[in-house]
Every structure is written in structure tokens, then in C-alpha cells.
Design a protein around this ligand. Structure first.
Ligand code: FES
Length: 162
């Protein structure tokens, strides 16, 4: 984070929720994912300025928090759309047509992987195996895992996420 960045004013409710999480772990580092998720729930993503604040609260370095945030693909470090579509591109989904699904989504949304639609409705991201390989290709939209996806089903599927 740049030295002159605006300090992050953590919401009291979030601070309390993180402190509650910390009680479950002997090593405060264990609570970092939970802390990141709490702040992501508030903002839809985790702003840079929040990282050192989480570090201070947990008593660990900002670099440690950043490491977790970078490693964990469900923590978003940039603003995302109202709904986040994650397309599994691991091997089984690759073999069963995730490339066609990705291409159809990109056409339909007018946004490619890593991008957000112009109306801010969807962000499209790749993700590793979602553990539903027997019903691939698989998508996740927000917290919903959606199996057996086919390009021709996408219009109907996306309508469920206004
Ligand atoms: S490879 Fe896609 S769900 Fe496992």
C-alpha cells in the first residue's frame, strides 16, 4: 500500500466479528481468511487499505494478510460486479467443454475473463476445480454451484441473477 493511502476505517461490527473469529484460532493467522471474507461481505471486495488494518487487528504483518488474500481466489482485490461468475477451467471441465461455455459467456456479457460488464451486473473469473467434476462443466455464480452447464442454457441461467 502506498504511504499516502487513505487509512481504512473498519466498521465496528466487522471488527467485532473478526475478534470473535480470532477466538477460534491459537495462531491469529488462522483467522485471516475469515477476516478477509467479513470485509468482502461489506464491500463486495477487499480494498488495499483494509489489508494493514486486518494485520493490526490480528497482530500479524500486512504482507502475511496480503499473501492469504492473493492466494485465495475467492477474495476479490478489485471491485466486482453485483454477481460474480466463476468458470471452472480445471482438467475435467476443460475436457467437457468449459472453453465453449467461457466463449459463450464472453459473447453474451460483452466481457472476458477478469472483466466486469459495462452495467456492473457481472464479473467473469476463472476458478480451479469446484469438486463437482462428475457434472462438468461447472460454473459458480455468487455462492451457487451450477453443474451441467451448456452454452445454450446460459441465457436462462443468467436471468436468475438480475
Ligand atoms: S474440473 Fe471442474 S469441477 Fe472439477
Amino acid at each position: 500500500m502506498a504511504e499516502n493511502a487513505v487509512p481504512y476505517d473498519m466498521h465496528a461490527e466487522d471488527r467485532e466479528a473478526i475478534e470473535r473469529e480470532m477466538r477460534h484460532y491459537e495462531d491469529p493467522r488462522g483467522a485471516s481468511i475469515a477476516a478477509l471474507k467479513i470485509l468482502q461481505k461489506r464491500h463486495g471486495w477487499v480494498p488495499d487499505a483494509a489489508i494493514p488494518e486486518i494485520g493490526k487487528l490480528l497482530g500479524i504483518s500486512a504482507a502475511d494478510v496480503e499473501g492469504v488474500a492473493t492466494f485465495y481466489s475467492l477474495i476479490f482485490r478489485r471491485p466486482v460486479g453485483r454477481h460474480v461468475i466463476k468458470v471452472c477451467d480445471s482438467v475435467v471441465c476443460f475436457l467437457t467443454g468449459c472453453e465453449q461455455v467461457k466463449a459463450a459467456l464472453a459473447r453474451q456479457l460483452g466481457a472476458g475473463l477478469g472483466e466486469t460488464t459495462a452495467d456492473g451486473r457481472f464479473t467473469l473469473l476463472p476458478i480451479c476445480c469446484l469438486g463437482a467434476c462428475d457434472r462438468s462443466p461447472v460454473l459458480m455464480i455468487d455462492d451457487d454451484t451450477l453443474p451441467d452447464v451448456a452454452p445454450q442454457k446460459l441465457v436462462q441461467l443468467l436471468e436468475r441473477y438480475p
